[in-house]
Design a protein around this ligand. Structure first.
Ligand code: FAD
Length: 265
């Protein structure tokens, strides 16, 4: 079985988020970056699939130089091959342009049975890349997947459970398929020290637009069909108020305030 997994590098949201309001984008300079948390579940599911059915895993990421870190982490976790899709022409790509680049890489790798993605990224948060990938590649599209029940590469068939409002749905689909997974589908493992050391020495292969046969007129800010025209950061919350005094007084004051604010009647 040949498995691909799409990993995105995102800013560490535990740290302070900085925006470039004029560009309508995150200001990634100087921010700590991590593997998109949902992609850790996608990566673990790729590893479990390899363990259960044999095969190989190829991890890809589209991003600038430092995005190589997410691929090193994948290598440390026994992913077989990685490719970083990077080109100045890709900067500012919207979701469809991003999906086109990822799809071009998946086509170039060839003979993929299953592509794993996260449900969404924690920065762009559109949650559409999996669906766009499936549409561009003509693969089956399986979203919100909470469990892989069975994969039969010979019969070109996959059965999964999808998490839906109030329950689960069992879907059978043809392979190849794009599977976007939800949080909690598994428990992502951590790399060991030996794996981290080995991965640290690997030269990460890079593919640019030319390598991928991507039309540079259809990617990047200029080639994207959508544009962020405005971005606004909500004002910081006020400091709040700590009520002091006897418990009865505090309860009365709090009740009055909640009535004034129409939270209670
Ligand atoms: C107009 C516009 C301009 C933008 N400009 C920039 C910019 O200048 N710089 C910038 O970094 N971003 C930019 N973005 C954001 C960038 O295009 C999106 O992050 C990207 O399209 C993926 O969308 P998402 O993060 O919402 O992915 P989602 O659909 O939420 O992600 C779902 C899954 O897709 C996979 N995935 C998503 N992105 C990647 C990736 N890059 N590599 C590998 N796998 C991936 C992951 O498995 C992820 O869990 C821009 C977006 C728009 C709309």
């Amino acid at each position: 079985m040949k498995i691909a997994v799409c990993l995105k590098q995102v800013p560490d949201t535990e740290a302070e988020i900085k925006w470039d309001i004029s560009k309508g984008a995150l200001s990634r300079e100087g921010m700590d970056s991590i593997t998109n948390p949902f992609d850790e579940f996608a990566l673990e599911e790729a590893i479990l699939t390899k363990e259960n059915y044999d095969g190989e895993i190829v991890a890809i990421t589209m991003g600038p130089d430092k995005a190589a870190d997410v691929l090193r982490n994948a290598l440390a976790l026994t992913v077989d091959t990685v490719y970083q899709l990077t080109d100045p022409a890709f900067a500012g790509s919207d979701t469809f342009a991003t999906a086109s680049v990822l799809a071009a890489a998946i086509k170039k790798i060839g003979d993929i049975d299953v592509v794993f993605c996260g449900k969404q990224s924690t920065d762009g948060s559109t949650g559409v890349i999996g669906a766009e990938l499936a549409a561009i590649l003509g693969y089956s599209q399986l979203t919100y997947v909470s469990k892989i029940r069975q994969i039969d590469a010979a019969a070109k068939k996959i059965i999964v459970e999808r998490s839906i409002e109030g329950g689960n749905e069992v879907i059978e689909a043809k392979l190849p398929a794009v599977v976007s997974v939800i949080k909690g589908i598994n428990e992502p493992r951590l790399p060991n020290l030996m794996g981290i050391r080995k991965a640290g020495k690997v030269e990460i292969p890079k593919w640019n637009a030319g390598d991928l046969g991507v039309d540079v007129g259809k990617v990047g800010a200029a080639g994207s069909s959508t544009k962020v025209v405005e971005i606004a950061v909500p004002p910081p919350r006020g400091a709040g108020e700590i009520l002091k005094g006897e418990v009865d007084d505090i309860v009365n004051t709090l009740t009055d305030k909640l009535i004034d604010l129409k939270v209670i009647k």
